[in-house]
Design a protein around this ligand. Sequence first.
Ligand code: MN
Length: 268
Amino acid sequence: CRPDIRAAEDPRFSRSIQDGFMKILITNDDSVYAPGIKALAAALSKVAQIAVVAPDRERSAVSHALTLHHPLRAVKIAPGRYSVDGTPTDCVNLGIHSLLDFHPDLVFSGINRGANLGDDVTYSGTVAAAMEATLMGIPAVAISLASLDDAADYANAAVFAARLAPLVMKNGLPRGTFLNVNVPASGNPLACPPLVTVQGKRRYEGTIVDKVDPRGRSYYWIGAADLDFHDVEGSDFAAVKRGHISITPLHLDMTNHQSIPLLNSWTF
Ligand code: MN
């Protein structure tokens, strides 16, 4: 985008909460020790009372998995900061039902290492944590940085999260709806107007590595190739590609309402 300095100074983004302090539960799928969640917690602690409940190791791409077949352990690693040997969805459940001494007004998940765009939201543990909060009736935001670089800078995404939290708090979100936010890793995304987008579309190609291990057995490895997206105008991918922060409202009703008349025309 062409940076607009005024956008960065928009008073809507600098408003602080006057009527009481927000309470925010923070989680992710990259682990409680990931740089993204540390940056998010630091930024949100300036505008809210926070608690962090996150997996003890990376759980990326576990989607909405819930642990049912073994007990979960939570370790308090610092005041208001818990490590859980479970999934992001487990963390939201444990946080809200057992660990926290407050009921959160908001749940933030992230800042994920790598974008969560288009069809990838269906695999994402980061997005699923926001889904879980939404199922519980708590407004939620999933936020991701579009970089897999270990040296990536989470500062811009963290600043935006601290601007977004009071806006979500003030305006609320439509029923069953949460926000999927993706922040470009290069340029100055805070100086570009954020774009409200639709979920984009992946270009799926052969992405399975098929080789033989040192003991002579075949192995397969999913997702090794560099995947691309269809550059659809108005999509999350298009916004991030052009340097804008993308905000996609997602909802949990997966019914395709337009298909109902079609299916009703079938003779079952
Ligand atoms: Mn992740």
